[in-house]
Design a protein around this ligand. Structure first.
Ligand SMILES: N[C@@H](CCC(=O)N[C@@H](CS)C(=O)NCC(=O)O)C(=O)O
Length: 276
């Protein structure tokens, strides 16, 4: 369990559940979904990734990795969204979000690990096909970012993303292939179970929905995965999804994503142009 020893006395003094998160970050959505499914009371602290607040000295003193989400529970700091949701499940077991069946439990453990591993490919695709018009930096912004950011991997990512050639076709294709492989595996899982977690909805469903729900916005042909597509609709209809995801979405941002996707479709450079 990645518990971080923080030197910040204001953090150690916090009581109850506090989530440091960003509205549209998929890893934050994952934790908010568990908090809402369990009906827990929690206090949110918004960390604006668009303003790079995650790179600030204050935030890095909370999470040296410089990423959200971070849960603080009675002064104890926990990082990594998968560890956070498992922590919440253990401490607040009702309603149960883990399966009783041993085979489903093994599937859950593997599936949670895989949902975290795919983050690098997911981040690349989100930046390439949705965030590109607003998150690329000019040389002056990059200099300021380098000076303010302590995490070398975040800097390297932003340098590649902002470079004239961007990520390059091969890296984009590699990330798409990773996503297609997981989507196929999830489609197979849903041919024998109603939910990814087993016969009931649970942590595997929560861990994955936040990785997949934006692919439609990129014009990725989700219809190829019939069961997965139906499962996404079922997940979106859950009241907790509205409270944890939809209520934090910005209509303006959604319209910008749609407009950018339409532009790339018109130019023949959308994600579809990379598919067989
Ligand atoms: N493995 C971490 C990944 C966390 C992560 O990458 N968070 C993203 C948002 S989803 C972030 O804070 N990114 C900051 C940035 O890229 O500047 C987890 O699951 O919590």
């Amino acid at each position: 369990m990645p518990v971080v020893e923080t030197k910040r006395p204001d953090i150690r003094a916090l009581r109850g559940l506090h989530l440091f998160h960003f509205a549209t970050s998929n890893c934050s959505q994952r934790v908010r979904l568990v908090l809402e499914e369990k009906g827990l009371r929690w206090t949110g602290h918004h960390v604006d990734l668009a303003k790079f607040e995650n790179a600030s000295a204050d935030f890095v003193a909370l999470n040296p990795r410089g990423v959200v989400p971070v849960l603080v529970h009675d002064g104890v700091t926990i990082v990594e969204s998968i560890d956070i949701i498992l922590y919440l499940e253990e401490l607040f077991p009702e309603p149960r979000l883990t399966p009783c069946d041993a085979g489903d439990r093994r599937y859950l453990d593997d599936s949670l690990e895989r949902s975290a591993e795919i983050q690098a490919s997911l981040k690349l695709l989100m930046h390439e096909f949705l965030f590109k018009p607003f998150r690329r930096m000019n040389p002056q912004q990059l200099d300021r970012y380098r000076a303010a950011t302590r995490q070398p991997s975040l800097i390297a990512f932003m340098e590649d993303f902002s470079s004239p050639g961007g990520f390059g076709r091969d890296r984009i294709l590699g990330a798409i292939e990773d996503m297609e492989n997981v989507m196929e595996a999830l489609e197979v899982r849903l041919s024998s179970r109603s939910w990814l977690s087993g016969d009931g909805h649970g942590l595997a469903d929560i861990a994955w929905i936040v990785n997949l729900h934006r692919f439609g916005l990129m014009a990725f042909p989700m219809r190829r995965y019939r069961r997965l597509n139906q499962w996404i609709s079922r997940m979106r209809n859950r009241p907790a999804y509205r409270r944890a995801v939809r209520n934090f979405d910005s209509g303006k941002l959604r319209s910008l994503f749609r407009a950018y996707t339409a532009l790339r479709l018109a130019r023949g450079t959308s994600i579809r142009s990379y598919l067989d």
